[in-house]
Design a protein around this ligand. Structure first.
Ligand SMILES: [Cu+2]
Length: 142
């Protein structure tokens, strides 16, 4: 009877484990990118959800934002998803924070905002339609 070589058995076990791990990672890697892309636009990332970052969807139409008032806390970080559901170009603009997002009809953009301390209100508006009352505000409370 041939005596089994313990080193050979150990080597075979290691090869089997490595191959299984590689196959597992390959299968997972094949699925992940598509899911991540789809989820990115509308839902908070896992990190945001874990940290309790609020996500607020704001729709822009002719000629208003809905909602047009958002209550926030000083120092809070929020994510605003702006969707242009109208038929003309709109912007979501906040001068104080250097935000100026352009949206063609059907566009959607994700904006992360950290609310500064020491302010009571932050106005957002649409550049072409501010004169038509297309404005809103972040009301800072707390
Ligand atoms: Cu507009």
């Amino acid at each position: 009877m041939a005596k089994r070589n313990p080193y050979l058995i150990a080597a075979i076990v290691i090869v089997v484990i490595v191959v299984a791990a590689a196959a597992f990672m390959f299968l997972r890697g094949g699925e992940a990118p598509g899911e991540a892309e789809e989820a990115a636009a509308e839902t908070p990332t896992p990190a945001e959800a874990a940290e309790g970052v609020r996500t607020i969807v704001v729709t822009a139409t002719e000629f208003s934002f809905d909602p047009d008032t958002i209550t926030v806390s000083p120092g809070e970080t929020i994510v605003i998803i702006v969707r242009n559901e109208g038929r003309v170009f709109h912007t979501f603009t906040i001068d104080e924070l250097g935000i100026d997002v352009a949206l063609n009809p059907g566009d959607e953009e994700r904006i992360e905002i950290t609310v500064p301390e020491g302010v009571e209100r932050i106005t957002f508006y649409c550049r072409p339609h501010v004169g038509l009352g297309m404005v809103g505000e972040l009301v800072v409370q707390g």
